[in-house]
Design a protein around this ligand. Sequence first.
Ligand code: UT7
Length: 350
Amino acid sequence: MDSIASSPSKPRSAREASSRPRPATRRVGILGVGSYAPERVLTNDDLERMVDTSDEWIQTRTGMRERRIAAPGQATSDLALVAAETALQRAGLAASALDVILVATVTPDHVCPATACHLQRKLGATRAAGFDISVACTGFVNALMTGHSFLASGTFSNALVIGADTLSTITNYEDRESCVLFGDGAGAVVLSASSEGAQVIDHVVGIDGGGAEMIIVPAGGSLRPASHETVDNHEHALKLQGRKVFRFAVTKFAEVLKQITARNDYALDDIDLVIPHQANLRILEAAADRVGLPMEKMFVNIDRYGNTSSASIPLALDDAYRQGRLERGKLVALVGFGGGLSWGASLIRW
Ligand code: UT7
């Protein structure tokens, strides 16, 4: 009997595998964007009083001035809820019309159930399916790609795509190398199978688990469950190998931006605005320099929010929208990179 294994098909070359996929069958538009950041502001001056650091060091090494911190009892789904309600209102869509909710997060309300379930209940999205997507700082790009695919293929018609994180809950405020970087926030987009709104064009994503240790929360998962020891050792907080991540980020940023423009037959000059993951202003400057992108085309709000992981890109997207920088017709690239290691980009015609 013939088996699949006995007649292997010819493996595709790397070049074939990375070529542009078949055009989607349905067009997909972003009908609304929204974001939310908690009220409490943690400034560099506040951090000076907590660890051995200075406003001068933080600003010159990261570009950050302040970040937002969730209130006790304010969970990731609470942040996501406000962002989602704004996006739905701007889209003119009722929560009950949503078919699916995708929440990119590394700080879910609970390990189980998914944060998407909490958000579904809070929104009253009675018909929606949903799940969480965990790809750290590239989470939103992966969630957008997933929502786009569902809608383009006809599986669903309306999707809510969220990036939300409360990194303050997994930050060790005794570790000066990491605690100055992180903040909390949420951003949302409403996607519809429609030729209206900003048209989602394409995505490029990737991971390399060989770099898993570079950004990691060591305990709390199945490998190292929570114990008194893990709590005492701050093993439930993010640990970074900052310098290594810095080098990876600059290289990958340039690579992924070139890749997504080239495979859609655009030149880098055609990009009007890049909405990057806000990890470090120096990473963004070095990456822009590497590809010859003027910094005016790089959207930056790191000074006000710091690094909010999955929320970073949609928070910046909504900020750009509110500042009037997303005029109709503009070609916009979202670029993410971070824990995994992971990287990705999305291309959108606004
Ligand atoms: O989104 C993905 C997750 N984000 C990241 O992984 C962050 C990526 N990396 C970075 O943004 C940067 O590497 C950091 C901001 C983390 C560090 O900046 P750096 O320019 O790479 O500094 P460094 O690690 O080379 O450290 C320089 C010095 C060290 O002191 P010595 O060894 O030169 O005496 C550090 O101990 O700065 C010291 N340092 C600090 N000093 C004051 C590290 N953190 C601090 C601090 N305040 N908060």
